[in-house]
Every structure is written in structure tokens, then in C-alpha cells.
Design a protein around this ligand. Structure first.
Ligand code: SF4
Length: 211
């Protein structure tokens, strides 16, 4: 069995129905939730957006709310100064460039101030049903440990490697599965290698055992 097929079989066994854990009902709500999720748990983001979206769930309402009030509401998510600035700038860009609608392509999404490639890929996959692989810290770490991306790869290079390996129709599900695997088993600190079924193909584990 090829390496990726073995990894995928294990991910399917562990997380057959992995999906986005952020709550949203429109592409704009998802975009804001993803921007809030940097360095924050999805659970906390969902608590904050439950209140936020009652008063500001469109770019127009977000601008009306204003940066100061937004900062207060999103305070529990951390990095609230940078996040509120980015959300306000993105909302203004959406109104000025896209009639207040969230665009559907990577090229358009990444023209928005405050939206990088990772955020754009998450929006395309979860709001519009696209098959993308967003490389966050978990996807990057797990991919390097398993040799799906090279050790010194950038997030962009990691994404390009994964796009070559992961079949098109499986990209979005695989992305969510790797995130859960990285959060629960292949953790950044003290990965649970003892219970992991990928030890025999894992570069990180092999190096660890040699030491
Ligand atoms: S063996 Fe350890 S480092 Fe390798 S994939 Fe499994 S949990 Fe991660």
C-alpha cells in the first residue's frame, strides 16, 4: 500500500466525518470566524460569534459596529487589536470591490486585506464546496512528520506537495482529518506515537527512535 493510502485509511478510520467545527450560516460569517480562529480554539470562536453575528453578520453591519466595539466583543479570542483591524479592513474591501459579497476564488479572496491563502482556502472549501487544502499549523506539522512535505517546506510548498498527493475529491475531507489528527494525536508537543498506527512510515518517529 502506498504511503498516502495508508495514511488516508487510518484517517478514515479515526475521523470518517471530519468537518469544519466553526459555526456559520453565510460565507461572510465563515470568513469572520476563520479570521478569529487564529491562535484560538474553534469552541471559543463559536461562543464569541454567537453574540457577534446577532449584531454584525454582514460587511455593512460590521463597519457600522466599528473597530472599538468589535475589539470589545472579540476580546476573548486573543490578538483582538490585529483581528478587529483585519475584519474591518476586509469588510470595507468586500463592499468596495465585491458589492458586499464574499468572492469564490482564491485570486479574489486573497486581494482582501487580512485574508491570506489559508483563510481563503478554508472559505472556498466550507462555504462554496471547493476541494482545497488549507495549510495551518497542524497540517504543516503532520505533513512534515509523515514526509508528505519536506522538512524545510513553507506552508505554500506544503500545500503544493499535498495537492499533488491527495486526490481532488478527497482534499477537503483530508484537510479536516489531518487537523483533528494533529490536535488529538500528532500534537506539537508530546505526540501520542505510542497509540499511532503510522509509526512504521513516520519520519519523525523513526528519528525519535534512533536517538
Ligand atoms: S508516529 Fe507520532 S509523530 Fe508520527 S504521525 Fe504518529 S503521532 Fe505523529
Amino acid at each position: 500500500m502506498k504511503k498516502f493510502e495508508k495514511i488516508k485509511a487510518y484517517l478514515n478510520e479515526l475521523y470518517p466525518n471530519a468537518s469544519c467545527a466553526l459555526n456559520f450560516s453565510t460565507p461572510y460569517e465563515l470568513l469572520v470566524a476563520v479570521m478569529l480562529s487564529a491562535q484560538c480554539t474553534d469552541k471559543r470562536v463559536n461562543i464569541v460569534t454567537k453574540d457577534l453575528f446577532k449584531i454584525a453578520n454582514t460587511p455593512q453591519k460590521m463597519l457600522k459596529l466599528g473597530e472599538t466595539k468589535l475589539k470589545q466583543i472579540i476580546h476573548p479570542c486573543g490578538f483582538y487589536n490585529a483581528k478587529s483591524k483585519a475584519i474591518i479592513e476586509t469588510s470595507a474591501d468586500l463592499i468596495n470591490k465585491f458589492n458586499g459579497e464574499v468572492p469564490k476564488t482564491l485570486e479574489e479572496l486573497t486581494t482582501l486585506r487580512g485574508v491570506g491563502r489559508k483563510t481563503a482556502n478554508v472559505v472556498i472549501a466550507n462555504a462554496y464546496g471547493g476541494q482545497t487544502i488549507a495549510v495551518d499549523t497542524h497540517v504543516h506539522r503532520v505533513s512534515k512528520r509523515l514526509g508528505l512535505a519536506s522538512e524545510n517546506s513553507t506552508p505554500y510548498e506544503c500545500e503544493m506537495s499535498l495537492l499533488k498527493i491527495v486526490p481532488y475529491s478527497e482534499r477537503s475531507l483530508t484537510h479536516h482529518q489531518i487537523i483533528l489528527f494533529g490536535r488529538e494525536i500528532c500534537k506539537a508537543i508530546r505526540p501520542k506515537c505510542e497509540i499511532c498506527k503510522l509509526k512504521d512510515i513516520c519520519l519523525f518517529y523513526k528519528n525519535r527512535v534512533k536517538k
